[in-house]
Design a protein around this ligand. Structure first.
Ligand code: CTP
Ligand code: MG
Length: 393
């Protein structure tokens, strides 16, 4: 950082998560291999530079510091962990005490709103003015009733109501003063806007976002998981398919490598790497299905480490790239056109090698000739077409 940021965000994560009852503080509950807090911080670290203060449950500071260290994506923003209090309000107060002197705008954000889009954080920071706070809020959808026990007393006009979310943003000095006042008066407010308004501050609203919902109950946790990875909760996902082709001419020295196997005595194929056109077509089909570019981009001549590499290296690396991008490999079907080698006797062997390199995905390989037509029919080379089906996780 060249200069101290003028905005700070206090991310309160010190609650115990009683209603979630997941056996750990809510912010440290696992969503998809990453915690609720990790997801919340991903949204935070995607915005303009800010001072980031995470308020941790007492005794869990080291775990929270670890999540924070992983989340900053190498950004050198000022970031720290402080210990929270018995109520949300006390936790926010603990966070505010750690705000740098140069900060003029403070945002207060619930870690429990793990999927809040970073655009919402940016929009709140933009909308804060010297004389007014800002909250994101959604229109109320359900019909609301005033009740007395199990008796329905009357309908409430929902058009004058809005559901408040976070982050909530305020001019720093006025927020500090409002917190000091609430502490002195012994008042407990349900959110920062209420506390700010109780001190006479003006608060405006901007549109909220459905994805900024607060994870409170087990059903909310399920909803968050479903939004992140539909397949993980058994919802149907749309598979994606990709196609890959490759052609290599016969030429060069040594033995043929094709479909992950060495073929002693057969004429080799020329090309960067071992010329295994079957493997190359599979790589292109997989990368294409996942929208990850093509083989030239990831394994081309600019990558000398792949010169002479065999199918297992290419395919294992491709499988890792797909996994990192959130895709499981469903199946691969590949066909080559060529007069040689005679393939069927080694089909099972080739399929096993290719499948193993792809982490066990189903691979089928077929071969055909072209009745003497074209370059494959004249025995000049081999042409391959592969189709891959992948599944978003
Ligand atoms: N929070 C906090 N310190 C507290 C209580 C709450 O920092 N003493 C934080 C929570 O970590 C959460 C946010 O305030 O990010 C909103 O609170 P809530 O959803 O109520 O979380 P919990 O208090 O943890 O949940 P519960 O009320 O079910 O125990
Ligand atoms: Mg609570």
């Amino acid at each position: 950082m060249t200069s101290a940021p003028r905005t700070a965000i206090v991310v309160v994560a010190a609650g115990s998560g009683t209603r979630l009852a997941a056996g750990a503080p809510k912010a440290l509950v696992d969503l998809d291999g990453r915690t609720v807090l990790a997801h919340a911080l991903e949204g935070v670290f995607a915005v303009r530079p800010m001072q980031v203060i995470v308020v941790a449950p007492a005794g869990h500071e080291p775990a929270v510091a670890g999540v924070l260290a992983d989340a900053d994506g190498g950004r050198a923003w000022p970031a720290s962990v402080v210990t929270g209090g018995a109520t949300r309000q006390l936790s926010v107060a603990a966070g505010l005490a750690a705000v740098d002197a140069a900060v003029e705008v403070v945002l207060v954000h619930d870690a429990a709103r793990a999927l809040t889009p970073s655009a919402q954080i940016d929009a709140v920071a933009d909308a804060v003015t010297a004389d007014a706070g800002v909250i994101p809020a959604l229109a109320v959808i359900d019909t609301l009733k005033r009740v007395d026990g199990d008796a329905v007393v009357e309908a409430v006009d929902r058009s004058v109501l809005a559901a408040a979310q976070t982050p909530q943003g305020f001019p720093r000095a006025a927020l500090d003063a409002a917190y000091a006042r609430a502490l002195e008066a012994g008042e407990e407010h349900t959110d920062d806007a209420a506390l700010f308004a109780a001190a006479g501050g003006a608060v405006r609203r901007i549109p909220g976002d459905e994805r900024a919902f607060k994870i409170t109950t087990p059903a909310d946790l399920e909803r968050a998981r479903m939004l992140l990875h539909p397949a993980s909760v058994g919802l149907p996902v749309t598979p994606r398919i990709g196609v890959g082709t490759d052609v290599h001419a016969f030429g060069g020295g040594g033995d043929l490598w094709l479909a992950g196997l060495e073929w002693p005595g057969e004429q080799p194929l020329s090309g960067h790497s071992d010329g295994d056109a079957v493997a190359h077509a599979i790589v292109d089909a997989l990368l294409g299905a996942a929208g990850l570019g093509d083989i030239g981009e990831h394994f081309g001549t600019a990558h000398p480490e792949y010169a002479g590499a065999h199918a297992d290296v290419f395919l294992a690396r491709t499988a890792r790239m797909l996994a990192d991008a959130g895709f499981a490999i469903g199946s691969v079907s590949v066909q080559f056109q060529g007069n040689r080698p005679r393939f069927s006797a080694r089909r099972a062997e080739a399929e096993a090698v290719l499948s193993r390199a792809l982490g066990g995905a189903a691979v089928s390989v077929t071969a055909t000739t072209t009745d003497g037509l074209g370059f494959t029919g004249r025995g000049e080379g081999i042409a391959v077409t592969a189709v891959a089906l992948v599944l978003p996780r």
